[in-house]
Design a protein around this ligand. Structure first.
Ligand code: CAA
Length: 293
């Protein structure tokens, strides 16, 4: 193994634990395994891990059917991903990427457990979409080795990884994670730790404003989405995108911006709060700004 300044240099990340086997975690596990990294896919229940593995298989089979991947390559990718039922398995890993629920208590509990079980050289990353990396790092004994690695949904398709430096993140750790993202076929963009980073500080107020347009009767959801798709060349309109991301996630991110900056320009639209209270969370619950069968 190569080391620099006490940390592994990029090429040395060989074994990675992904914590959380949902949509984001399974996507991260897939692109890591495709990059030749051995992956332990962890979740609180074995059936969640199995669901994540099924999602990965489905994506890879689609690639094989389209002629974008050979069958034996797919088999190799799948053989690199092992299920894990315990965070203690991180003892054999060079790095962990946490992609669990967007809740500070859950994340800090995971980071404390990872920190106590991981080898001294291991890097601990969070895929959080807006929670503060510096605060997560502060619950560990290795804040210099904690970093944000924010993938976009759907992970196998989207090119960006926002790499977020916490206040204490070491340069070598940033370089290692930057290179790992590039090995995964992504473009890493460096960002400092402020509420919402860059992606959600820019994206979420736009989505929130689109929801205000519905709330104030400016236009129907379809019309708002059409304006942004046809007028601004966005691949999805903001309300379709909000449904796709999950309205609970959108609200949680707006709350982080609102509280983090203390600025009323980030106040979540009351209609967004109402939809979340109603359980209309978007595509995943079958109803948001649109109805899904
Ligand atoms: N998983 C894996 N692959 C997927 C996929 C998924 N969930 N959805 C689509 N794809 C693949 C398709 O298989 C297809 O692959 P090929 O080119 O190899 O055929 C390709 O993506 C394009 O898909 P489609 O032709 O079906 O549909 P499309 O052209 O409309 O693209 C899209 C779908 C890529 C999702 C596109 O609509 C898009 O870019 N939407 C915006 C997505 C976006 O903004 N994501 C960021 C959300 S914000 C976020 O993630 C951060 C946060 O913190 C909230």
């Amino acid at each position: 193994m190569q080391r620099k300044g006490g940390f592994l240099v990029s090429q040395s990340i060989q074994t990675l634990m992904v914590v959380g086997a949902g949509q984001m975690g399974s996507g991260i596990a897939q692109v890591a395994a495709q990059a030749g990294v051995r992956v332990l896919l962890n979740d609180v229940k074995p059936e969640f891990v199995q669901k994540g593995l099924a999602n990965i298989s489905k994506n890879l089979v689609r690639n094989v059917e389209k002629g974008k991947m050979a069958q034996d390559e797919m088999d190799q990718v799948l053989s690199r991903i092992q299920p894990s039922a315990s965070l203690a398995d991180v003892k054999d890993c060079d790095m962990a990427i946490e992609a669990a629920t967007e809740n500070m208590e859950i994340k800090t509990s995971i980071f404390k457990q990872l920190d106590s079980a991981a080898p001294a050289h291991a890097i601990l990353a969070s895929n959080t979409s807006s929670l503060p990396i510096t605060e997560i790092a502060a619950v560990t004994q290795r804040p210099a080795q904690v970093i944000g690695m924010h993938f976009m949904n759907p992970v196998p398709v989207m090119k960006l990884v926002e790499v977020i430096r916490g206040l204490a993140t070491a340069d070598e750790v940033y370089q290692t994670v930057h290179s790992l993202a590039e090995r995964m076929g992504k473009t890493a963009v460096e960002v400092n730790d402020f509420p919402g980073f860059v992606s959600n500080r820019v994206l979420m107020p736009m989505i929130n404003e689109a929801i205000y347009c519905v709330y104030e009767g400016v236009a129907a959801p379809e019309a708002i989405d059409q304006v942004m798709k046809l007028g601004m060349n966005h691949p999805m309109g903001p309300l379709t995108l909000a449904d796709f991301i999950g309205l609970d996630t959108c609200l949680a991110i707006m709350e982080v911006l609102y509280e983090g900056f203390g600025d009323s320009k980030y106040r979540p639209c009351p209609l967004l709060r109402k939809y979340v209270k109603a359980g209309w969370l978007g595509k995943k619950t079958g109803r948001g700004f649109y109805v899904y069968s």
